[in-house]
Ligand binder design. Structure first.
Ligand SMILES: [Zn+2]
Length: 376
């Protein structure tokens, strides 16, 4: 005869042990998962192809000493135009608008997306000193259309600006809308700390989908920090955005590495000729690159920018991250000249890799797969 209380106790005991074992193994699997990713380390994130990109304080002092008294005056101001606000409200085809430095508005596949919004006077932890903008933003915060998503490449002050993020969030909430912030791993808490709950954080090669449009975080070679004790504790990256009628890429802030060839390879199955080809547009940094001994691992120069355009397989590229904040030794008007030299050296036309004036928009044809064309 079965002793039911003892049998029940036995089954309960077995169930508890099983759950404990399963929990242990699933946790250790999760742990292995994290450690198996080469860019995750116990002290922070690291790059795929170089052990260290950020320089020592001693190197920083050497740079400051050597560039002391250097004439960084630009001969001509960065071109700027009055933004076409009607176009921003209802673009007929995929459109990009450059707002200055790394801030750009991309409207495609039914979504309006802002990258690295910086609208403040200075790219700095405080507004009393630090790099001051030479040009106002190409579109005033008040004139922005409703933003569906904001993409952040990393937490440096010229890419992630607290005041701009707060204003964007307030503006969306006041209009009864939600702006989603899509950020690299480790940055969600920073947004939550500001009372912003609509945040998705991603690791390299992970993606988030909004209305059928995929936002993929991709590896680039850089680092992160907002203070002296948080070096590389949050991730950095580029963004590949894949919509049915437009594929675009934003390289964020980066040195030159094999990450761009990896990116092309990763998306190749989605970008065959039959499926409409490579990225319809790439936004690639072209400024803040001198002196090379200090900058080369973290910031590309225009020659490398054009290589990125070629490596990721972009049909068209537009240079960003220039002409707004004087962060490095080259004058603000040097990137266009160096980009022209790079284009010539690498056989790329200005139509394929050009620049915009601050506030200028450019529209692009929608991508079409062979199937869409055949169905016409
Ligand atoms: Zn940076």
């Amino acid at each position: 005869m079965v002793n039911w209380p003892i049998a029940a106790a036995k089954y309960a005991f077995i169930a508890i042990i099983s759950v404990a074992i399963l929990t242990f193994f699933s946790n250790s699997n999760a742990q292995n998962d994290i450690l198996s990713k080469a860019h995750h380390t116990p002290t922070g994130f690291k790059n795929n192809y170089t052990p260290k990109v950020n320089k020592s304080f001693g190197d920083f002092l050497r740079w400051q000493w050597e560039s002391w008294g250097l004439d960084k005056t630009a001969n001509s101001p960065t071109p700027s135009v009055q933004a076409d606000l009607a176009l921003l409200k209802a673009p007929a085809s995929p459109a990009v608008t450059w707002l200055g430095h790394a801030t750009a508005l991309v409207q495609a596949s039914g979504l309006t997306v802002l990258v690295d919004p910086v609208f403040s006077e200075r790219a700095s932890p405080v507004q009393l000193f630090g790099p001051k903008r030479a040009q106002p933003p190409g579109v005033a915060m008040a004139d922005l259309p409703d933003i569906d998503a904001v993409l952040i490449s990393h937490n440096h002050y010229d890419h992630l600006d607290r005041a701009s993020v707060a204003l964007l969030d307030e503006k969306a909430k006041a209009a009864g809308k939600t702006t989603l912030f899509i950020v690299p791993l480790g940055l969600k808490a920073w947004f939550n700390g500001m009372g912003i709950a609509s945040v998705v954080e991603l690791d390299w090669w992970q993606h988030h989908t909004i209305q059928g449009v995929e936002f993929h975080l991709t590896p680039v070679q850089h680092w992160s920090a907002r203070s002296i004790n948080d070096r590389s504790t949050t991730l950095w990256g580029g963004w590949a955005v894949l919509g049915a009628d437009f594929h675009w890429y934003y390289a964020g802030d980066t040195g030159y590495s094999r990450d761009f060839a990896d990116t092309a390879k990763h998306f190749a199955p989605r970008q065959s000729e039959a499926l409409g080809g490579g990225f319809d547009l790439a936004l690639v940094p072209v400024g803040a690159y001198e002196p090379r001994w200090f900058m080369s691992q973290q910031h590309v120069n225009p020659m490398e920018s054009v290589r990125i355009h070629q490596d990721v397989g972009a049909k068209r590229s537009i240079g960003v991250h220039w002409g707004t904040f004087a962060l490095t030794d080259e004058p603000l008007d040097q990137p266009p000249r160096d980009l022209a030299i790079a284009r010539q050296a690498l056989n790329v036309t200005e139509a394929d890799f050009g620049l915009l004036a601050i506030g200028e928009s450019r529209q692009f044809a929608k991508r079409q797969s062979k199937n869409t064309l055949a169905a016409r």
